[in-house]
Write a protein that binds this ligand. Structure first.
Ligand code: GDD
Ligand code: MG
Length: 361
């Protein structure tokens, strides 16, 4: 009897619309989170759980995945890629990727949404699936507001009672955490060649057919990285050690400063900030709970809180940023205040502020 899953599929085809402009030049799972593409945290977790072969189901910006992740050997995994000409939806993508799986019909296959940072115990989820001979075992977690998620009530034995994707008035706060263990045969039964949503079609149909669909409830660290605020929070939590990952490229601490980055001696970089390779922080600047992607420059005296600065973007001297999202290559002139979730598009130029803002510094 098989006691472990050996193969996984990661869904990485979404357009990352809510993360624009950060996703203009790269797909969401390749955005750096604590210094490495966020998918590397998932890949490290899969490898630790005994997975050896991963198929990436790509669509949007498919070519960027191979460039960054290669054949996976650096991560201790064998990686394969499939690409959809037109996005096939979550179910269509899983079915399409399954053509490259080597598992038998009753083997357990792990499937992940490619934009989730999760500290749950995958091995225990797989063990539950195998012990109870399930068709499908979903990791479920509890959130304050379930409206943006799949709401998944269960009974006392862990059987899933319903799968209710994105309800305006969720019946419970227990939600789909985007990590599934499938019996391979269930994947093979998904129709080919058309758009299928597992959330809206496959899961409800399995429940209708009385298949064994289980909920593995674990409230470990869990975050959907679908928005800039979540991406910044995820990076910060990894740097500070609130979420553990074997892929973290340095020790846990107040800040992660990657090789080739320059931080002026009197600059303050803390509260879980990450300074990417080749990025620089000028004299007297403060970078707090923020992310600087590769080659970003923060000039003297600028103050950044909970913000993300894209590759090669420049933040002028004396600027104040709070919850700001700056696209790759943008230039923000001196003394601007960018607050409240503002997004500056890739390559945009903002001239220096005429009036000096002296409050709130
Ligand atoms: N290959 C491929 N093709 N991948 C896709 C496609 C597609 O057509 N559509 C979506 N994906 C990928 C996305 O890249 C992402 O990794 C994953 O599937 C889920 O899509 P999202 O667009 O991020 O969905 P969501 O966050 O609104 O909701 C999903 O995740 C929640 C947990 O984070 C659902 O599964 C919810 O039920 C769940 O609660
Ligand atoms: Mg998502």
């Amino acid at each position: 009897m098989v006691t472990q899953a050996r193969e996984a599929i990661i869904l990485v085809g979404g357009m990352g619309t809510r993360l624009r402009p950060l996703t203009v030049h790269r797909a969401k799972p390749l955005l750096p989170v604590a210094g490495v593409p966020c998918i590397e945290h998932q890949l490290a977790n899969l490898a630790a759980a005994g997975i050896s072969h991963v198929v990436l189901a790509t669509s949007y910006r498919a070519e960027t995945f191979t460039e960054v992740l290669g054949d996976g050997s650096a991560l201790g995994l064998r990686l394969d890629y499939v690409s959809e000409d037109e996005p096939l939806g979550t179910g269509g993508a899983i079915r399409n990727a399954a053509a490259l799986l080597e598992s038998g019909p009753h083997d357990a296959v792990v499937v992940l949404n490619g934009d989730v940072l999760s500290g749950h115990d995958l091995s225990t989820q797989v063990a539950m699936h195998i012990q109870r001979r399930a068709d499908l075992t979903l990791h479920l977690t509890v959130v304050d507001d379930a409206r943006a998620f799949g709401c998944v009530p269960t009974d006392g034995s862990g059987r899933v009672l319903a799968f209710l994707e994105k309800m305006p008035q969720p019946v419970s706060n227990q939600v789909n955490a985007g990590c599934y263990v499938f019996r391979r045969a269930v994947i093979d039964a998904i129709p080919t060649g058309r758009v299928v949503s597992v959330e809206r079609e496959t899961f409800p149909a399995l429940l209708q057919a009385d298949a064994v669909v289980l909920g593995y409830v674990e409230q470990a660290y869990w975050l959907d990285l679908g928005t800039p605020a979540a991406l910044v929070a995820g990076s910060r939590d990894l740097v500070l050690g609130r979420m553990r990952s074997a892929a973290l490229p340095g020790p846990v601490g107040e800040a992660l400063v990657l090789p080739g980055a320059r931080v002026a001696a009197d600059a303050v970089v803390e509260a879980g900030s990450c300074v990417g390779p080749g990025a620089s922080v000028g004299p007297g600047a403060q970078v707090l709970g923020s992310v600087l992607l590769e080659g970003a420059q923060v000039h003297a005296g600028a103050v950044l809180r909970d913000s993300i600065v894209g590759a090669g973007a420049v933040i002028g001297a004396g600027c104040v940023l709070k919850d700001a999202v700056i696209g790759d290559g943008a230039e923000v002139g001196a003394d601007n205040e960018l607050l409240g979730g503002i997004r500056v598009w890739c390559g945009a130029r903002i001239g220096p502020a005429v009036v000096r803002f002296s409050s709130d510094r």
